[in-house]
Design a protein around this ligand. Structure first.
Ligand code: ADP
Ligand code: MG
Length: 321
């Protein structure tokens, strides 16, 4: 199979066809129609073997996650998924591997009607880079810079289980078989909060997706919005599994474990009613974990109201070892 046969066999015949794609895979570039009154949101995320995933990862799950992490960024911007490109570096053209990878990726693409419109395929160490494009009504994208003192801080779904799975992988935990499977599922098949992001467009004052851990990602909102925050540890939305392990693992895996792909948002007091009324459209639970305050920095309070200092921040690729 040469490069062009590979592209034809696996990528050109993909399941989503959108009317706004005037030219898709096959030419030197794609031609895309942006509807009047809409803006395009663009995001890129790379997944590199040994850094973002273990070399033995299930290729179906890898295909899913490669697209999911990009969709999560679109969700955090309040954008509706539209188009994506895929740059793939492969050590060899293994048909079985490619079939499974495409199955995982295109299953998610179909669900959110995002069309693959181009890419690049090269031989090299396994790595996957996707750029995703989404659409938002003019001026309505959710930014990191919109939080104001008095806003409440919310988190979608539950956080921490992906971090538990990572600690299990590193041999720091010894979970029971069923718990191990459940946690690993959160790590390898995150579901992007697209419905929530879309619904939050008129409600949230700021948003970020939690990829590097709550501390780091809420930290981005604080920095960009020039505000501080007070978060109650007891209010964090932890799974039943995490709660049962809390005495053993502590708070830090939920605070800084990363890979949750939930959204962290701020909501002005006057929009809290609207948020609470939209649980169905959000597609998930939202939990208030604290408040935005004037000043800088993040204060974590334990159930006794005492200041808690975590041992770790979030994941930083260039942090000194
Ligand atoms: P060019 O040399 O003009 O950059 P290529 O020969 O690399 O184009 O690719 C041919 C066509 O196949 C282009 O439309 C390109 O976008 C598409 N393509 C290549 N690799 C992929 C991929 N992994 N996924 C989707 N489309 C791809
Ligand atoms: Mg060309």
């Amino acid at each position: 199979m040469n490069e062009f046969e590979l592209i034809r066999a696996f990528f050109a015949a993909q399941p989503v066809t959108r009317a706004d794609v005037k030219v898709g895979i096959g030419d030197d570039g794609a031609v895309l129609e942006v509807p009047p009154g809409m803006q395009v949101v663009v995001t890129t995320d790379a997944l590199v073997s040994g850094v973002h995933f273990f070399p033995d990862v299930d290729p179906d799950a890898l295909g899913h996650k490669s697209l999911a992490v990009n969709l999560s960024d679109l969700a955090a911007m309040g954008a509706d998924p539209a188009w994506f490109t895929l740059s793939l570096s492969l050590p060899d053209a293994d048909r079985g591997w490619l079939r499974a990878f495409c199955d995982g990726m295109f299953r998610l693409a179909r669900r959110y009607q995002i069309q693959l419109v181009g890419g690049d395929t090269v031989r090299g160490p396994l790595s996957i880079s996707i750029s995703a494009h989404g659409l938002v009504p003019h001026g309505r994208a959710l930014l990191r810079s919109g939080a104001r003192p008095g806003d409440r801080i919310y988190v979608t779904g539950e956080i921490g289980d992906a971090g538990l799975a990572l600690r299990q992988k590193h041999g720091e935990l010894d979970l029971a078989e069923t718990d191990r499977v459940a946690a690993a599922e959160r790590l390898v098949r995150p579901m992007p909060r697209i419905e929530a992001g879309r619904t939050l467009r008129g409600i949230a004052s700021s948003a970020v997706d939690i990829s590097d851990g709550l501390l780091a990602d809420l930290g981005h909102i604080l920095e960009h919005s020039r505000v501080g925050a007070r978060v109650r540890l007891g209010a964090l939305p932890l799974s039943k599994l995490y709660r049962s392990l809390l005495p053993q693992v502590g708070w830090d895996t939920a605070l800084a474990g990363g890979d949750d792909y939930e959204l962290c948002i701020t909501v002005p007091a006057h929009s809290v009613g609207a948020l609470e009324k939209s649980e169905v459209e959000l597609g998930c639970a939202v939990t208030c974990i604290g408040d935005i305050i004037a000043g800088t920095g993040l204060q974590l309070l334990d159930s006794a109201g005492k200041l808690y200092t975590p041992m770790t921040a979030g994941y930083d690729h260039f942090a000194r070892q």
